[in-house]
Design a protein around this ligand. Structure first.
Ligand code: NAI
Length: 477
């Protein structure tokens, strides 16, 4: 269909311009496919760029700077007085970071000759002679219909709402998007869920001066992470002043006058708290509504996700899906990798994603990062494994920085020494984990990490030392 095809006929239409969708669009266009991307938001980049990864990292960076100047800089012999928070400026900077990046994607679309179909995308009816019909509903009520050989569903996810007990009113009971744009620091912020969003946004507002209480149903923070990581982060965040109620069951959150009452069960008793805001961060659910999937006979899995095979193909010919709408971790970079692989498969190439080598990061301070399996998973699988661990307190660079909280933990196969899991809590762990992810990609061993030269003094030496620790030959401990 490419070449002399009519203007509204495409080789591939991608529904959703988040990290999965826009990256798939660029790769498809690079491979010579006539590509369009449907996006209803006024800007490209999806949740991640607009109301997720990027604005939260901007606020994490700014709030960490504020906290650093207040609490840490004095130990470096730098005296500062009269430190003040300028929240409107902090928010303005965050908005400018977002604007710059979303505009950048518009530029990439122009450069790659990708058509942005602005509006809500849906299947208009069953494919005719192998050609799908995608309707784009505009804000003014009008619709256009576009023909395409293939469609990629990349519609992402949205926050889970606890409708029965704590419905969002976006004023007192808020979601992660609201938490990125508060106009003043809440006196008391209660966070429901000690997962990634709970700890990241809880950290932002704690650093800016809020009292933060986290209510978590599980018996630990970051439940899916390695037990040593969960335990360390719990201790570190408590030291930073965050309060945790673990094993607590939320029973209600209701605005009362100018505050909100939070009811929950904890340690066998019914309890309540008064807060200024309640942030509900109990997970996200796939965005599969109003896509007209019934029109093409595509049914969801019982978990609400779109079924795909190992090549991102749904059971409907010509329809693919990637990112948060399919199984797996809801991570921007997982969606990007799938977007590239999916576009390559559509173009007749051999796209592939190695799910064993996808890093997972929590941008608290210190940061948390991991790749591979946890020690609990190694145990439950009955694997023969060995571990090595090295604390940042014994790392010269961390000492010089004054950031010694955390450690690197490596899990390797007991016989072959092949890496099974790398977990870390520490300064810049989000960057350090790339070394481990590459080692996973090359099916590396602990010995490979231990034998690789690491510049001195660097934080990365803690990885080398933990790798040496797998064979009990750490040097600096
Ligand atoms: P999450 O799945 O990370 O954490 C949710 C937490 O809420 C869990 O610890 C769970 O046990 C707890 N929970 C569930 N129901 C509860 C209840 N009724 N009462 C108390 N606790 C309850 O989900 P989160 O933090 O909302 O993040 C959503 C998604 O967004 C995740 O899949 C995450 O991977 C992704 N994300 C990733 C980021 C990153 O990579 N840095 C940043 C932000 C989000």
């Amino acid at each position: 269909m490419s070449g002399d095809a009519a203007a509204n006929q495409f080789d591939v239409i991608i529904i959703g311009a988040g990290p999965g969708g826009y990256v798939a669009a660029i790769r498809a266009a690079q491979l010579g496919l006539k590509t369009a991307c449907v996006e209803s938001r006024g800007t490209l980049g999806g949740t991640c760029l607009n109301v997720g990864c990027i604005p939260s990292k901007a606020l994490l960076q700014s709030s960490e700077a504020f906290s650093h100047v207040q609490h840490k800089i004095a130990e470096h012999g730098v005296r500062v007085s009269g430190v003040e928070l300028d929240l409107p400026q902090m928010m303005k900077r965050k908005d400018e970071v977002v604007k710059g990046l979303t505009r950048g994607i518009e530029g990439l679309f122009r450069k790659n000759k990708i058509t942005w179909l602005q509006g809500h995308g849906r299947f208009a009816g069953p494919a005719k002679a192998g050609i799908h019909q995608v309707a784009v509903d505009k804000a003014d009520g009008s619709s256009t219909i576009h023909a395409t050989k293939t469609v990629i569903i990349a519609t992402g996810s949205e926050p889970v709402e606890l409708k029965a007990i704590a419905p969002f009113d976006h004023k007192f009971v808020i979601d992660s998007t609201d938490a990125l744009a508060l106009d003043k620091v809440p006196g008391h912020l209660v966070v429901i869920g000690a997962g990634v969003i709970g700890l990241e946004m809880g950290s932002v507002w704690k650093r800016l001066g809020a009292k933060v209480t986290v209510i978590e149903a599980a018996d630990r923070v970051l439940p899916p992470m390695d037990g040593a990581v969960s335990a360390a982060m719990h201790k570190i965040l408590v030291k930073q002043g965050m309060e945790f109620l673990l094993g607590a069951k939320l029973t209600g959150a209701k605005p009362e006058g100018k505050s909100v009452r939070v009811d929950f069960e904890h340690e066998g008793a019914k309890k309540d708290l008064k807060a200024d805001k309640v942030l509900v961060a109990v997970g996200r659910r796939p965005n599969t509504f109003k896509l007209g999937m019934e029109a093409i006979g595509l049914s969801l899995q019982p978990n609400g996700r779109v079924p795909v095979d190992g090549h991102f193909k749904t059971p409907v010919a010509g329809v693919y899906a990637i990112g948060d709408v399919i199984d797996g971790l809801m991570l921007a970079h997982k969606a990007e990798d799938e977007g590239i692989a999916c576009a390559e498969i559509i173009a007749g190439k051999a796209g592939h994603v190695n799910y064993d080598a996808i890093p997972n990061v929590v941008y608290t301070w210190p940061e948390v990062a991991s790749v591979g399996i946890t020690e609990e998973q190694a145990k439950s699988k009955g694997l023969d494994y060995k571990t090595g661990q090295f604390p940042f307190a014994a790392n010269g660079r961390a000492k010089a920085m004054g950031d010694t909280d955390g450690f690197v933990k490596i899990i390797a196969d007991g016989k072959t020494d092949r890496l099974l899991g790398v977990h870390m809590v520490g300064p810049n762990a989000s960057e350090l984990i790339a070394e481990a992810a590459i080692a996973f990609e090359f099916a590396g061993s602990a010995e490979d990490l231990a034998r690789s030269s690491h510049a001195h003094p660097t934080l990365a030496e803690a990885i080398k030392e933990a790798a040496l620790g797998v064979d009990k030959r750490t040097i600096h401990m």
